[in-house]
Design a protein around this ligand. Structure first.
Ligand SMILES: NC(=O)c1ccc[n+]([C@@H]2O[C@H](COP(=O)([O-])OP(=O)(O)OC[C@H]3O[C@@H](n4cnc5c(N)ncnc54)[C@H](O)[C@@H]3O)[C@@H](O)[C@H]2O)c1
Length: 300
């Protein structure tokens, strides 16, 4: 097998089971040294410890970390642990996550905050902790784990969906800021049978959705030739891509009753013919300014 990640150093959060475990094993199989993080994963008998043992038994290198992604100091210590052992961090996989599902009407603000904290601030903490290291190396690969629940919505997951879409926003800007240091930032939206999906999938779906069918997509997002700013969907061995697109739209400024023109023309506003994927937020401004005849306008 072509070991595309030979001598690369990877950190995977929430890797004691489910998708994180599958990612850690696949990264190791492709030659990476892997720091396996999971909440309390340093405890005797934890899933994270078993993942480290599996990697070492197969001839790879792995480290165990029991840090909590919601604690920035613990994530800084986790990155320091990897750098001390292996001298660098090439790959960060922000995978740790939780669910607190309820309809929005019944959802407590504490559960909303907790889900935001683990997914959003957890990924921010780990990313911030590796960012200077990757900038100094002039190389880095970061994956945010998003979800179809964020991209497309899911009943009972307002907190989770908001958190997962926040990670797409984080990725969009970090991909731009990381570009000149060859730090590539992508999103992975997996579908897999794990602790998280227990009880919501039937037997046939469970059989097809093994987490290790997602991990080949992860490897593509962290290899030397990885893309940046990609939203990769992966499940049951299939791989697709999601885009945040913009339609060509209309210009209704000259009309005396612009609000009614917009209401009348919503069909044309939504018409997907010729839609594009803007390369930054400013590209969207430029599109609108150009339609207003102000195509030469620039940010000061
Ligand atoms: N399973 C799916 O179909 C699916 C779909 C979309 C997105 N995801 C995302 O994939 C990721 C992995 O989920 P999974 O399905 O493998 O679930 P899982 O519950 O099997 O794994 C999540 C892991 O994160 C760990 N974790 C939770 N809080 C933590 C913290 N504060 N610090 C460190 N570790 C923590 C847990 O201990 C657990 O091992 C999550 O981000 C999840 O939202 C999963």
């Amino acid at each position: 097998m072509n070991k595309v990640l030979q001598n690369k150093v990877a950190i995977v959060t929430g890797a004691g089971g489910g998708l994180g475990r599958a990612h850690a094993l696949e990264l190791a199989r492709h030659g990476a040294c892997v720091l396996v993080n999971d909440l309390g994963g340093d405890r005797e008998g934890s899933g994270a410890r078993a993942v480290v043992d599996d990697i070492v038994r197969s001839g790879g290198e792995a480290l165990l970390n029991g840090g909590d992604v919601t604690n920035f100091e613990q994530m800084q210590a986790m990155v320091a642990q990897a750098v001390e052992a292996w001298g660098r961090v090439d790959i960060l996989v922000n995978n740790a996550g939780i669910l607190r599902d309820k309809s929005f009407a019944k959802m407590s603000m504490d559960d909303f905050r907790l889900v935001m904290d683990v997914h959003v601030m957890g990924s921010v903490h780990c990313t911030k902790a590796v960012w200077e290291q990757m900038r100094a190396q002039g190389r880095g690969r970061i994956v945010m784990t998003t979800s179809s629940s964020g991209l497309y919505g899911s009943f009972g997951q307002a907190n989770y969906g908001a958190a997962k879409m926040a990670l797409v926003g984080l990725m969009q800007t970090l991909a731009l800021e990381g570009m000149k240091h060859d730090i590539r930032v992508n999103c992975l939206a997996p579908s897999a049978a794990t602790g998280m999906t227990e009880g919501i999938l039937d037997e046939a779906a469970l059989a097809g959705l093994a987490p290790d069918k997602v991990s080949p997509g992860l490897i593509a997002l962290v290899a030397d030739d990885a893309p940046t700013r990609m939203i990769l969907l992966a499940g049951a061995g299939s791989f697709e891509c999601a885009h945040i697109t913009m339609t060509q739209g209309i210009h209704a400024d000259e009309a005396s009753d612009a609000a009614n023109v917009v209401r009348d023309q919503l069909g044309r506003v939504q018409d997907r013919t010729g839609e594009t994927v803007p390369s930054s937020g400013w590209e969207q401004y430029k599109h609108e300014l150009a339609k207003a005849g102000l195509g030469e306008a620039r940010p000061v």
